[in-house]
Write a protein that binds this ligand. Structure first.
Ligand SMILES: *Cc1c(COP(=O)(O)O)cnc(C)c1O
Length: 589
């Protein structure tokens, strides 16, 4: 019998749910160590030895080693109390077994401990990083020859990187507008200036004979913000309230942190409404654009999410681009578009292959449009099966990557050649995540027959789970539609009120939580999801008498769900657990 491509990937590139690949993995770990020790032994072969054969077992050293062995054993023992996330029984959060290419690539790099902050501190690691970034760029639809990026500690910092760059760009444009208004006495149109685009910026720069020094005096990013804002208010003839960010209500909390951190104030984070499917409502986005224009507040960036943290929903990224590209072509207004694909970015690997139909046409179109964004966040430590901490930030080209140094991106930027230290929020950065992604790309591959096949199968596992559980337990109400490999459900009888359904769903979660058999998570959708809640509750005809909706959340990202044996074995036991929980619930009522 020939195995499916997904089963081949899951079986070859992961340790195996029962550690089936142990012997081979041990051999590979050994090979990495062999090579490392060998390299060290031969490099400065005439240098003195610190530990001679005679004193290797000297009492002091022997004792210290015994302490290390003992403490290490204790650490390893303590770690066995961790939640076992390698097993497909763990469907709690965005966490699963890491792949062998990622683990081995990570280990190989860690032994050398390169610091990707500069070429000097990481001669090989920085090259590996550039190649790994190009692989991710290709996967999300960027031209790898033009794209830029780097690895971060995670999606949170990658999102901050995007805000940092969007602010750099907006600050340049608005500073130029302020300078012209102050020198000509013409009123400042804040919104038009802040979104003028580089072509217009360059033309005005030349026309007004600007220099960096002059522009700096108009910059809120490098000057005194209070002074610059006061001058903007005066030039515009109205109080300047600063920029806003348009982020959908399904956003990750890192966006609130960003608004706080960059000094915008959380009130300046405008939540774009969600439709009844839980996805960004592009009409509402445009309404907020118009409101921002009317209030004279620039839009620092518009964000779409590919794979929301709560439910895995994929926003209509293509439609978002269509609309905002129209603002560009018709009115010359350029708004930074960022896709937060921290979770769903790797689903792009499915596109163009035999499994594409596992995605809805709308999801496929949205994922295909990621490459039209100014910048993208993607987390290899989620669906890339790479160890923590490994996120990535990508921009479409070098100009969009520009930041911090107050110069225009058309000027030479020699420091880029020396490493990324001046272009990253973080300072010292490990090369281990880059090496993990690099080796994953060279082995599993980020296309349809590698990562794509595997992830498509995790989506199918989610579908199989839904079909089986829905049929076995009619009171289970799935949140529809699910776009990726995450599914949420509540328990509700026909006509049951939301508050009662919430209580029973939370009780079921507790029941599963206490069972050693499975790990799930719980989420409560709030006011941002009002239309989602309304539609969900109308499915069982209940009354909405609670502010939020409690859901059991299951994330089917574990690679072993690709194996039919695992679905056949685990889905029935999950159903039994839910039935048992429901039985107790009825007894209690
Ligand atoms: C996980 C996630 C983040 C944050 O990523 P971290 O790696 O946890 O910092 C941001 N956005 C979305 C959509 C996410 O799912």
């Amino acid at each position: 019998m020939s195995l499916s491509p997904a089963a081949v990937v899951a079986g070859a590139y992961f340790p195996g749910p029962r550690s089936e690949n142990e012997t081979w993995v041990r051999g590979e770990f050994q090979a990495v160590l062999d090579q490392w020790f060998d390299w060290r032994k031969h490099l400065f072969a005439d240098d003195p030895c610190l530990v001679g054969p005679a004193d290797r077992l000297s009492p002091g050293r022997l004792e210290r080693r015994e302490i290390l062995s003992r403490e290490l054993a204790e650490l390893c023992e303590a770690l066995t109390a961790e939640t076992p996330t390698y097993t497909p029984r763990y469907i709690g959060h965005m966490k699963a077994e890491v792949s062998l290419p990622a683990l081995l690539g990570w280990l190989a790099a860690m032994l050398h401990n390169p610091n990707n902050t500069s070429r000097e501190a990481s001669k090989v690691g920085t090259v590996i990083e550039a190649e790994a970034i190009a692989m991710l760029a290709t996967m999300v639809g960027y031209d790898p020859a033009k794209a830029e990026g780097h690895f971060t500690s995670g999606g949170t910092v990658a999102n901050f990187e995007a805000v940092w760059r969007a602010r750099y760009r907006l600050d340049h444009w608005l500073s130029l507008g302020l300078h012209i208004a102050e020198t000509t006495g013409e009123p400042l149109d804040v919104f038009a200036s802040a979104h003028m685009g580089w072509d217009r910026f360059r033309a005005l720069w030349a026309e007004h004979g600007l220099t960096d020094a002059v522009l700096r005096r108009c910059s809120a990013a490098v000057g005194v913000p209070a002074d610059v804002w006061r001058r903007i208010s005066r030039a515009a003839g109205r109080d300047y309230m600063g920029p806003v960010m348009l982020v959908p209500g399904n956003k990750h909390y890192s966006w609130s942190k960003a608004a706080n951190l960059f000094g915008l104030g959380e009130e300046s984070l405008w939540a774009v409404g969600l439709d009844a499917d839980g996805r960004l409502d592009v009409d509402d986005l445009e309404r907020l654009m118009q409101r921002a224009e009317a209030e004279g507040r620039p839009v620092l960036m518009a964000v779409g999410v590919a794979g929301t943290t709560e439910t895995g929903e994929i926003d209509p990224i293509d439609v978002l681009h269509d609309r905002l590209e129209r603002w560009e072509s018709e009115r010359g207004l350029h708004v930074w578009r960022h896709v937060d694909a921290a979770y769903g970015g790797f689903l792009c690997a499915i596109l163009g292959g035999p499994d594409e139909a596992v995605l809805t046409p709308a999801s496929a179109a949205a994922l295909r449009a990621i490459g039209r964004a100014d910048s993208v966040t993607i987390d290899p430590h989620k669906l890339g099966y790479v160890p923590y901490a490994c996120g990535a930030f990508l921009t479409r080209d070098t100009a969009r990557y520009a930041v911090s140094a107050f110069d225009a991106p058309y000027l030479d930027r020699p420091e880029l050649g020396d490493g990324k230290w001046s272009s990253t929020l973080e300072g010292s950065r490990s090369a281990a995540g880059a090496a993990a992604v690099w080796l994953s790309g060279r082995t599993i591959g980020f296309g349809p027959d590698g990562m794509g096949a595997l992830l498509a199968e995790t989506v199918r596992a989610r579908q199989a789970f839904e079909a089986a559980l829905g049929e076995a337990v009619p009171e289970v109400r799935f949140l529809e539609p699910a776009d990726a490999n995450i599914v949420c459900f509540s328990l509700a009888a026909p006509g049951e009120s939301l508050s009662s359904a919430n209580r029973r769903t939370a009780a079921l979660f507790e029941r599963i939580h206490q069972s050693p058999e499975f790990s799930v998570s719980k989420t409560t959708l709030g006011a941002d999801y009002a239309s989602v809640i309304a539609r969900h509750v109308s499915g069982f005809g209940g009354a909405i008498d609670a502010p939020g909706m409690v859901l059991v959340r299951c994330v089917f990202m574990n690679p072993y769900w690709a194996a039919p044996e695992y679905r056949a074995a685990l889905i029935p036991s999950f159903i039994a657990l839910v039935r048992e929980g429901l039985g107790r619930d009825l007894e209690a009522a």
